[in-house]
Design a protein around this ligand. Sequence first.
Ligand code: TEU
Ligand code: CA
Length: 538
Amino acid sequence: VIDKDWWRGAVIYQIYPRSFQDSNGDGIGDLIGISQRMSYIASLGVDAIWISPFFTSPMKDFGYDVSDYCDVDPMFGTLADFDVVVEAAHQHGLKVMIDLVLSHTSDQHPWFAESQSNRTNSKADWYVWSDPKPDGTPPNNWLSIFGGPAWQWDPGREQYYLHNFLVEQPDLNFHNEDVQNAILSTTRFWLDRGVDGFRLDTINFYYADKELRDNPALPPERRNANIAPSVNPYNHQEHIYSKNQPENLEFLKRFRALLDEYPAAACVGEVGDAQRGLELLGEYTSGPEMVHMCYAFEFLAKTKLDATRVAQVFDELSRVAKNGWPCWAFSNHDVERHASRWDLPPAAQRLFATLIMCLRGSVCLYQGEELGLPEADVDFEDLQDPYGKQFWPEFKGRDGCRTPMVWESSNQNGGFSEGFPWLPVSHDHLNRSVGLQEDDPSAILHHYRRAIAFRKEHPSLIKGEHGGVFAYGDVLQFTRQHGDETLFCAFNLSDTPSLHGMPPGDWVTIGHELGGATPSPDFKLHLGPWQVCLALKQ
Ligand code: TEU
Ligand code: CA
């Protein structure tokens, strides 16, 4: 029997293929490399892998600019190699999710070449084209996330085209039904090839306002510089017309209906919005006809996560996304690794690993997170990320979280490649390699395995509801409940000891392998620095 609900509460391991494992010495990770490391991934106890894009691409945004949705870039291998990955994953009981970047293509995609060729071809309307204003300037004030205007002049058509990201990433026009159908048929291609699901890039950018109205300015007090750098003028606008259009939901229903033709396909949609993130999460995952889950940006913020913030997020979720399903992450290929971003001592890294495994929602772990890797220092000369080059030095870009995975310490490339790695392997990372940690029972890698196993042993953590989520000073407390299991969870998110009362009831502490504390007989809970308490109601 196939569990249609496998995604609910799943732990998903994110692989950035360029940097995971190189199998042929060209310095770039590839699909065969991923299949070679499948037993390691399975040993973590995760349920699924999400592989960042490996499709044919000029690599201007390292694969997030796709020029053929139905093929593998030769750099990463072949379709046959992909089949090997799927087979290896399935043999290990892992689901495979691939990353569909549907909002825009590469400017090298044949669809764009045709669309660009004149104003009358059959794909003329497949992208968002517009005449200039009478003075020759772009049709409106929309900005690109990666800097500059969101419009690029095309001398051939004598029109502008829209790009929310790089100039080389023209936005598809989803108002055109042929575009929708083409996208759905490429999705079917991968479903037929055996994938179990999708991470959907930027699902709230699929549609732009038909009238191309100007976005209003965002008043300084409402600006949120959490994810993208505050130096970026993009963050000073409110993107009410360039994204989050109601039509997104209509297209996503068509997408979901396609997935439902398959036994257990699921998707997680990326909905980035600094102001309305949780509200949108609620809208996009509101029911069985919508996307299964939304990737939440709340815990990717620059500001250190504290008990109050976590409580706030769950309070807001309970109001605006009651039936929604979040997918949490602390790190990914777009942000500074959280060990550095929040400047976490080792004990705090462990606490956060336990915490994320206790939250309602699914979880994404980013490769190397299980090793406690800090952000790598990448010099300007080695920089690859166009976003980093644009805003250097105020914002150093995304290369520091994309350096190669470290498998062994004996080798200066960390066992990643026998060639010259596309980004330097961080020296700081070499003494945290998988090999070294496997041999050290006290290493954080084993803590991650225990935290994942703990989650799996407790149905309330996977499918259960939250009782209220409360912050008492630095201590976060909540219960999770499912069937006859009620679990109490408390986390001291600070380096000072704390003393609190337990809720009434007959509790038995568990999770000692995660460093869990035991309440004293008078129901007082002493939590040491960064300590947790996990207890089952009798
Ligand atoms: O990211 C979307 C997104 O909103 C991010 O661009 C984020 O704001 C930025 O990376 C700052 O950290 C997705 C992918 O995850 C990203 O890698 C791609 O560059 C982007 O889409 C364009 O496809
Ligand atoms: Ca390679």
